[in-house]
Design a protein around this ligand. Structure first.
Ligand code: DQQ
Length: 477
């Protein structure tokens, strides 16, 4: 199907979200190199311009004044035939160096087995770290440097992968984390230092996991390869995120700025659902904002047929609690999408039911501290539940389909459950601490019923808002 027919069909696909950021069509995955530059938010992302399946990675590009409404821009990075990124421009970051935004990313090219850093059963690829410098202030034109700035992993290491560079500035120098790992040892983040972003000295492992004891052909599946490290500070506190085994792990810890060693003190799962490879940036005013890739949970053939796959999570503002727990909340800018508010009270034994005439909804369920209740929120189609989330305070558990985890410890920074429904995405935030992103295909406006049930001794107050779409045609721009 040609791109125009594809776009016309996508514009009427009720599964397609209407206020999350998506590629105009085809496949998207990791958010890349977010940056606030000259008064605008730029978001780059992994995308395949030719099909709605992973492959031939390019950097898509969009710009926004508010992190909510977007304008698509031309592709920022494309593979260079016969170059170090001939097989794909993988994930990376954007920094400002010498007054110019500069992308550092991983290029992949076919290579003989002894040079390959990706040997996952399907591919033999060599990964190197590459630079591209912005040639204009709209970040439309990028000049790639021909040779890698890091051409090979540290000598003597037989890595499971070598990608997704994450740089930061510290005491007048550049530092860089690269996702990696070793078979039988576990995933790790390799630490490098540079004066100029071009000449890098390898220091040591910044952080490392444990051997998983499992041998998978693809080391990401056994936790022996950590992807997409993200290293940053919030105030004086240090944080490292990484992705492996289909999950994103958050850690907070102690960083020794003399020895450049990081010790994990607390850790957890950043999102219990369909969420991977997030990337953060510093917004004006000091907020640390995180974008993540919302993955598909339906079979490849189905999303390929739909003509689009993947979405970007809502912007999440990160903070770190007194005891080192990662906290997050949806950015306040999202409130500009709200329509007329409605407030209801749901009593035990008297479920609330509403037919949804649109699949763009926000709900906040107020769950006061230590209230002994269990609250279930459900989406039904033709009488049967398609999605269900239970916050069971007396049972100390949260359940969502097959997913179950312990209720976050009280007091919660936000005593509420916030739920965003957008087409086939449900993004939920509990207590300001836990997140669960679900994919729910086949919901239809006018036929989808919202049901909220309370067990316990007291009623619960709920705020509801219909949300406006960010574009008229589901194509985001
Ligand atoms: N996706 C990119 C890699 C990264 C992976 C390739 C994580 O750079 O490790 O599309 O989803």
């Amino acid at each position: 199907m040609g791109p125009e027919a594809d776009l016309a069909r996508i514009a009427h696909d009720p599964d397609r979200p209407e206020f999350h950021f998506l590629a105009p069509h085809n496949w998207m995955n990791d958010p890349n190199g977010p940056i606030f530059w000259k008064g605008e938010y730029h978001l780059f992302y992994q995308m395949n311009p030719h099909a709605a399946v992973w492959g031939d990675m390019h950097w898509g590009h969009a710009v926004s004044a508010d992190m909510v409404h977007w304008r698509h821009l031309p592709i920022a990075l494309a593979p260079t035939p016969h170059g170090h990124d001939s097989e794909g421009c993988f994930t990376g970051s954007t920094v400002v160096s010498g007054g110019r935004p500069t992308i550092i990313y991983t290029g992949v090219q076919n290579a003989p087995a002894e040079q390959a850093t990706i040997r996952d059963g399907a591919n033999k690829l060599r990964e190197t770290q590459l630079l591209a410098v912005a040639e204009d202030d709209s970040l439309l034109r990028w000049k790639k440097e021909a040779e890698p700035v890091i051409a090979a992993p540290p000598p003597g290491m037989n890595v499971t992968g070598f990608r997704d560079p994450c740089p930061w500035r510290e005491a007048g120098a550049w530092y860089l984390g690269i996702g990696s790992g070793e078979r039988g040892k576990g995933g790790c983040v390799l630490l490098y230092r540079s004066e100029d972003l071009r000449h890098w000295e390898y220091l040591h492992r910044l952080a490392e996991g444990e051997p998983s004891g499992r041998a998978e052909t693809n080391p990401v599946e056994s936790g022996e390869m950590w992807e997409c490290p993200d290293v940053f500070t919030i105030g004086k506190k240090h944080c490292l995120l990484y992705s492996t085994e289909g999950k994103v792990i958050w850690t907070t810890g102690d960083y020794d700025d003399q020895a450049h060693r990081y010790t994990v003190m607390r850790s957890g799962i950043l999102d219990h659902g369909s969420y991977y490879a997030p990337k953060s940036f510093l917004a004006p005013g000091g907020r640390r904002i995180l974008w993540g890739w919302i993955t598909e949970s339906r079979p490849d053939a189905e999303f390929s047929r739909a003509g689009w796959a993947g979405a970007t999570s809502l912007p999440r503002v990160l903070s770190i609690g007194a005891e080192g727990q990662l906290e997050m909340r949806p950015a306040v800018e999202l409130e500009t999408l709200r329509g007329a508010a409605d407030q209801i009270s749901v009593k035990p034994g008297a479920p609330f039911r509403r037919n949804l005439d649109s699949l763009r909804q926000e709900l906040t369920l107020h769950i006061p501290p230590l209230r002994r209740s269990a609250v279930t929120t459900r989406l039904r189609m033709n009488g049967s539940a398609k999605w269900e989330l239970t916050v069971d305070v007396p049972g100390n558990t949260v359940r969502c389909g097959q997913i179950e985890f312990a209720l976050p410890g009280q007091p919660w920074p936000r005593p509420e459950l916030r739920i965003f429904l957008d087409g086939s995405i449900v993004e939920a935030f509990l207590g300001g601490r836990e997140a669960i992103t679900s994919r729910v295909y086949g919901l239809r406006p006018g036929q989808c019923e919202l049901e909220i049930e309370v067990a316990g001794d007291r009623a619960i107050t709920i705020d509801l808002w219909p949300l406006n779409p960010i574009s008229q045609d589901r194509l985001t721009s």
